[in-house]
Design a protein around this ligand. Structure first.
Ligand code: AMP
Length: 122
């Protein structure tokens, strides 16, 4: 079992977060360092460290995170305008918290590819 992260503390309400959705499997809350007008994190309540650690038995749980993203998008009114879902994996993917989380970004046209700026600087 991977080590507890700050997201476990949010699930257990040990540290504050602006929670926007919760069910028996998942929790969604505002990212503390938003990269778009709407930037939410959708996490499974079961700790899975990285995408590489998703067990075959957890495929439905991971799919559930995308379903939650779409429900929030519809509820918040940006489903038709569009949004981006991203799950980073390990260092090159930019993962800093080892409890998988689906970033849900919306509220403005998002550039693509996302690494364009870094390539320009190189
Ligand atoms: P990643 O870099 O893909 O692992 O994403 C981790 C995300 O968690 C970053 O976007 C952080 O801003 C966000 N984050 C870290 N700590 C907190 C916190 N206490 N509450 C909300 N978001 C957080």
């Amino acid at each position: 079992m991977s080590e507890e992260t700050i997201f476990d503390k949010i699930i257990q309400r040990e540290i504050p977060a602006t929670i926007v959705y919760e069910d028996d499997l998942a929790l969604a809350f505002e990212d503390i360092n938003p990269q778009a007008p709407t930037h939410l994190l959708i996490i499974p309540k079961t700790r899975i460290a990285t995408c590489n650690d998703i067990d075959k038995s957890q495929r439905e749980l991971v799919g559930h995170l995308f379903w939650v993203a779409a429900q929030i998008a519809k509820q918040e009114g940006f489903a038709d305008a569009g949004y981006r879902t991203v799950m980073n994996c390990n260092d090159d993917g930019g993962q800093t918290v080892h409890h998988i989380h689906l970033h849900l970004l919306a509220g403005k046209p998002l550039g693509w590819p996302p690494y364009q700026e870094r390539l320009k600087q190189a």
